[in-house]
Design a protein around this ligand. Structure first.
Ligand SMILES: C[S@@+](CC[C@H](N)C(=O)[O-])C[C@H]1O[C@@H](n2cnc3c(N)ncnc32)[C@H](O)[C@@H]1O
Ligand SMILES: [Zn+2]
Length: 286
């Protein structure tokens, strides 16, 4: 028997668009399909892949990166960021039939917290990574999970989204602008100055001094910045936790095995500064 489309995905299916022809999708046995007969398979874990062209197995975060992120979040190390995202997302502009989307959702943690706090609304988690989609579908069955490459397209209908989150993930301004309704809120989280500075010799992350202006320029034609808030908090990490923090991020692929060994030898907790910038935008009327 073909797998049954999970209810949260079936409920928002008609807001999703076919990556081949752009038409609306409907649930069918084993997946979603458009009126032109393009069928998109449901994965065993309950997510659907809406990919215009194949992106390969290796796209996005791999399974070890996703597990490192799950562990880091479970330990509460990112709680201040998640709380700040949820605060920023709690705007009165959000409609009663709130459709919230998380771009590059990772584990689905931020979106779940936003929806838990608002007590209403439907959530769509989008990520290009197979491992991320698997993890989200398994641990957050109330979310609709879509595997898509947001650089190519965000597979949602025009002006269908009330609230979008984009935390440490790709920002395709034109596509974000297209899918969001005028007045909708976009919450972006980026690394702040000095993020993980104590671990700098182990990672390649650096924050451009002009990052805020770059972000505004990227989104400007479609979005107006309404708030920006630095969120900083201290972490005291045992070696494993510090290693997870590095393994889950963009530095994962550049980490030197020697650096991780060196880290593993430290017996005392390591003091690490976390710094993120939460910037809120409103979709302007076009
Ligand atoms: C650094 S993680 C952030 C995850 C999550 N937003 C969070 O804050 O915990 C970046 C995520 O973006 C995803 N990603 C990278 N490129 C993408 C793309 N082109 N389309 C969709 N997702 C992408 C990765 O797979 C990964 O899950
Ligand atoms: Zn189609």
């Amino acid at each position: 028997l073909p797998p049954v489309v999970p209810q949260p995905l079936a409920a928002i299916a008609e807001l999703l668009i076919c990556p081949v022809c752009g038409s609306k999708l409907s649930p069918v046995p084993g997946g979603l399909a458009c009126a032109n007969g393009h069928h998109h398979d449901l994965a065993r874990e309950g997510y659907v892949a809406l990919l215009g062209k194949p992106v390969g197995r290796a796209a996005g975060d791999d399974a070890p990166m996703v597990s490192a992120r799950v562990e880091t979040e479970a330990a509460g190390h990112l709680d201040p960021m998640t709380a700040a995202i949820a605060d920023a997302a709690a705007t009165p502009a959000a409609s009663d039939h709130l459709l919230a989307v998380d771009i590059g959702a990772g584990t689905g943690h931020n979106l779940t917290e936003v929806l838990r706090r608002s007590g209403r609304g439907r959530g769509v988690a989008i990520d290009v990574s197979r491992a991320a989609c698997r993890s989200i579908a398994r641990s957050h069955p109330s979310l609709a999970v879509v595997r898509a490459d947001v650089w190519a397209q965000i597979p949602l209908a025009d002006a269908s989204v009330d609230l979008a989150l984009d935390a440490f993930a790709p920002r395709n301004g034109a596509e974000l602008g297209r899918v969001m309704r005028p007045g909708g809120t976009l919450v972006v989280a980026t690394a702040g100055q000095g993020h993980l500075k104590e671990l700098r010799r182990l990672h390649s992350l650096s924050v451009h001094p002009d990052k805020a202006a770059q972000l505004r320029r990227q989104l400007e034609p479609w979005f107006r910045e309404v708030a920006s808030e630095p969120v900083e908090w201290p972490l005291s990490l045992i070696a494993d936790a510090a290693a997870n923090l590095l393994r889950m991020g963009p530095s994962a692929r550049h980490l030197h095995p020697r650096a991780l060994e060196e880290l593993a030898r430290s017996e005392e907790p390591i003091a690490v500064s976390a710094a993120v910038e939460i910037t809120t935008f409103v979709r302007v009327a076009s």
